[in-house]
Design a protein around this ligand. Structure first.
Ligand code: HEC
Length: 156
């Protein structure tokens, strides 16, 4: 478990450097093949709630990508902050869910919320300097947090 946590954190740190991307994904794959994900028990109602949140996460990512493509960076920032970022913690009942999560899973969750809020700030910069690349890179870092948690944890 300790190893696992360290691994996920390394993965997240590595994901910050775009150049390390391919390598990061390969490592995750090797790891997943070796030990498999940790199974986490949530009460049924919380499980349903969490999966609904997850589907909203994915739809938020799609909306964000659409806004970036349209150079509507402020809208991309708004969606990221409200639905995935630190501002979304209350909406998701994060406090209630966190107590059922192993520490490593909580950490990846926090890293995702932070990455989303960081993305929102970066997108606001793009709105000013018209540099799309930095927003796409910040979005990739955010998405890597989704990947890291899915690689490490499953609900049962
Ligand atoms: C802290 C952990 C964690 C993070 C971060 C996370 N997820 Fe999940 N996600 C899960 C777990 C656990 C499941 C259930 C997987 C299972 O048991 O099969 C899940 C399931 C899903 C599902 C399937 C929902 C369904 O109806 O079955 C989608 C889609 C999804 N996540 C999208 C995302 C996206 C997009 C992000 C990032 C923006 C994300 N998740 C971040 C833990 C996480």
């Amino acid at each position: 478990m300790q190893n696992h946590t360290a691994f996920i954190l390394t993965l997240l740190a590595a994901a910050v450097t775009p150049a390390s991307f391919g390598l990061t994904v390969e490592h995750r794959h090797d790891h997943a093949a070796g030990t498999g994900p940790v199974l986490v028990h949530f009460p049924q109602q919380l499980r349903d709630h969490t999966l609904a949140n997850m589907r909203d996460h994915l739809s938020a990512l799609a909306e964000i990508q659409g806004y970036i493509a349209a150079h509507r960076y402020d809208s991309a920032a708004e969606i990221a902050e409200q639905r995935l970022g630190m501002s979304s913690l209350k909406l998701h009942g994060a406090h209630e869910v966190a107590k059922y999560m192993p520490k490593g899973m909580q950490d990846v969750g926090s890293a995702m919320h932070r990455a989303a809020s960081k993305f929102a700030l970066t997108a606001q910069e793009s709105a000013v300097d018209h540099d799309m690349g930095k927003s796409v890179a910040a979005l990739a870092t955010l998405t890597q947090a989704c990947v890291a948690c899915h690689a490490g944890y499953r609900l049962r």
